[in-house]
Design a protein around this ligand. Structure first.
Ligand code: ZN
Length: 264
């Protein structure tokens, strides 16, 4: 028994050494720096997205839990050489930004961020709707045309703050269309500042609203498209908007500005 315990400890050490310590040391200086920058970015944005708790000091226990959850599970999706706001609740998952399980699988992606941070159009498009919804807060619905595989791309930008555009405006990819809210105060924001980005194909015309099946802007709410299928650089390759670059219609770029990482 005693021998067995020693060998378990040794085994753990060997596992640590070969699978953690050696691989980390094999990374180049640049890769190590990038890992540090990414960790710092996630920590900062987790803190910034949880400002609701500063105004509600009675929720200290919940704050600590949600902050820890954010730091552990916020997913870095930065393309090489860039830094982007992380995704805290991705498409298709069952957990929300506030650690709680969802009733339905997630139909969009939740990207955390700081107050008043600019949100940029994921493609050229026409603003169908700019509304303040009771649970979602400010929401933009933009028709971004059709994807390369012929799907309509009706994009919901929800839980946002100030609008920079109005209904019937044409937007260009990369235009600042809104900002993240200063205060997180609507129920569906779940006390965490984040953009909920969701893609449906069937827009609910205004006269159809509030009828069964037309509550949240699109009829195919529970059949939404996975945004990761449509990035400009290819499926699952989050793509940064760069104003020098030409993009194909029907492809998307990230709804937040990317920061360029400088090699040092
Ligand atoms: Zn969401």
């Amino acid at each position: 028994m005693h021998l067995l315990r020693i060998s378990r400890v040794k085994l753990l050490f060997i596992i640590y050494f070969f699978f953690v310590a050696i691989p980390f040391n094999l990374l180049s200086e640049n890769q190590k720096n990038q890992t540090k920058v990414v960790t710092k970015n996630i920590e900062t944005l987790c803190l910034n997205s949880l400002e609701w708790y500063d105004r509600h000091p009675g929720y200290k226990g919940e704050y600590r839990r949600v902050l820890e959850y954010c730091k552990t599970y916020a997913k870095d999706v930065s393309p090489e050489g860039f830094l982007v706001n992380p995704i805290l609740s991705d498409f298709g998952v069952m957990s929300g930004v506030n650690t709680r399980p969802r009733d339905q699988i997630h139909q969009g992606i939740d990207i955390i961020g700081s107050k008043n941070e600019p949100i940029i159009a994921v493609a050229d498009g026409l603003v169908l709707e700019a509304t303040i919804e009771d649970c979602w807060g400010s929401t933009l619905v933009i028709d971004h045309g059709e994807s390369l595989d012929g799907k309509k791309l009706i994009v919901l930008y929800a839980h946002i703050g100030k609008f920079n555009v109005k209904e019937n405006d044409y937007v260009k990819r990369g235009d600042i269309i809104a900002r993240l809210p200063e205060k997180v105060q609507f129920m569906c924001m779940a006390r965490v500042r984040h953009l909920h980005l969701q893609i449906g194909q069937k827009y609910c015309q205004k006269e159809e609203k509030d009828n069964w099946g037309c509550k949240y802007f699109i009829k195919d709410f529970y059949n939404s498209l996975n945004p990761h299928s449509y990035w400009a650089d290819g499926p699952n390759k989050v793509s940064c908007f760069n104003k020098e670059k030409k993009y194909s219609k029907g492809t998307l770029t990230y709804p937040f500005q990317c920061k360029k990482l400088t090699a040092n």
